[in-house]
Design a protein around this ligand. Structure first.
Ligand SMILES: Cc1cc2nc3c(=O)[nH]c(=O)nc-3n(C[C@H](O)[C@H](O)[C@H](O)COP(=O)(O)OP(=O)(O)OC[C@H]3O[C@@H](n4cnc5c(N)ncnc54)[C@H](O)[C@@H]3O)c2cc1C
Length: 327
């Protein structure tokens, strides 16, 4: 039987960086907020995985920032021991700009941001509906959550599908604006090696040709006990091989990366990011879809295709929601 959950001021769909940052700001202003995420863990595209003694960051590889507010959060995370500086650039040139990583791995960033927040994982949202002066949010198991305001942070096509399922129609200009946002795909290979790789310190490089866009040595990065390499395919390769057997695509990427591996591959896994990086970034840091009751969309498609962009979009979304929520 479907459960009717207690009402919150704000429901946030997605506990990636944008949702977590928004939740901190909204809760800090005294409003009740609940985050719902379909994943088993937090962080969305900030993703780490353990395979035996090997640890992989297989989504975002590092975080950069130029924004003082986000830098302050990263510094606090570092003081708490959950983030640290990885390096200041990659061979052959170092640009001197700090690349942060999670401590022990990238998901620690999400865990740090999640402290003190109410979050439910393994909650797949299937529809958002208008329910009088509130919204109802339905999960795949039929449970209903109610709130005075909703923030959507999944990739834009997934968020639009939730609105369509709940028969929420948008202003045609807004619908066209959001329909235009598309994403690159990325196949990510995680390979455990028998010995150290040939990737030079500090442990990451971006090949200029071939099917791999990025190769990282997670042991050299400081997050893995065993030699463990992450390879990200280019969008072109990922799209062309998306429907192929994943292990076959992984093998192709490993073969193309042989000059940097330097040791036998003991085992590997492959993950597909359907929504890896937005191709177009919206001109606004978030989108106010409905003013009353407030319905807002945020994420890296709004303030920049990076962790920092997601964070800044989360901050803008919190500000927009708080300005419109019924007092
Ligand atoms: C392979 C790869 C490499 C990258 N490398 C870098 C990098 O080195 N540096 C950098 O700065 N950025 C990098 N990025 C980009 C960065 O990861 C993203 O910009 C950022 O993490 C996006 O955060 P977000 O909150 O906008 O979205 P997400 O992290 O995608 O969060 C959205 C959340 O919504 C949840 N969700 C979706 N649908 C539903 C639903 N129906 N019900 C409930 N929950 C739902 C998802 O589970 C997810 O947790 C990379 C991304 C990828 C994929």
């Amino acid at each position: 039987m479907p459960i009717h959950e207690p009402s919150f001021d704000v429901l946030i769909i997605g506990a990636g960086v944008s949702g977590l940052i928004a939740a901190r700001e909204i809760q800090g202003s005294g409003r009740s907020v609940l985050l719902l995420d379909k994943g088993r863990g937090l962080g969305g595209r900030l993703a780490s995985r353990r395979v035996g003694a090997a640890t992989f960051d297989y989504g975002a590889q590092f975080i950069t920032t130029r924004d003082a507010r986000f830098e302050a959060i990263l510094n606090q995370g570092a003081e708490a021991g959950m983030m640290t500086e990885w390096c200041q650039g990659f061979a052959p040139t170092s640009d001197g700009h700090t690349r942060w990583r999670g401590q022990p791995a990238m998901t620690a960033v999400a865990k740090y941001l999640a402290q003190g927040l109410e979050i439910r994982t393994e909650k797949q949202i299937v529809a958002i509906r208008r329910a009088g002066d509130r919204y109802s949010v339905e999960t795949s198991t039929g449970d209903l959550h109610f709130a005075s305001a909703v923030l959507l942070t999944p990739p834009v096509p997934q968020s639009l599908a939730l609105l369509a399922a709940g028969e929420i129609t948008l202003d045609p200009a807004m619908q066209r604006r959001l329909d235009g946002i598309q994403y690159e795909r990325c196949l990510a290979v995680m390979a455990v090696l028998k010995g150290p790789s040939l990737i030079p310190p500090p442990g990451g490089l971006a090949p200029t040709s071939g099917p791999a866009a990025w190769i990282a040595d997670n042991q050299r990065k400081g997050i893995s006990m065993e030699p463990a390499v992450t390879i990200h395919a280019t969008h072109e390769f990922s799209l062309a091989h998306w429907d192929e057997d994943r292990m076959e695509s992984g093998r192709r990427l490993l073969d193309a990366s042989l000059p940097w591996l330097g040791a036998e591959v003991l085992r590997y896994q492959v993950h597909g990011w359907r929504y890896s990086k937005p191709v177009q970034v919206d001109e606004h840091p978030c989108a106010l879809l409905q003013a009353s009751p407030p319905l807002v969309m945020a994420g890296d498609a709004f303030a920049g295709p990076r962790v920092e962009g997601a964070a800044l979009s989360g901050m803008a979304a919190a500000e927009t929601l708080l300005a419109h929520i019924h007092r």
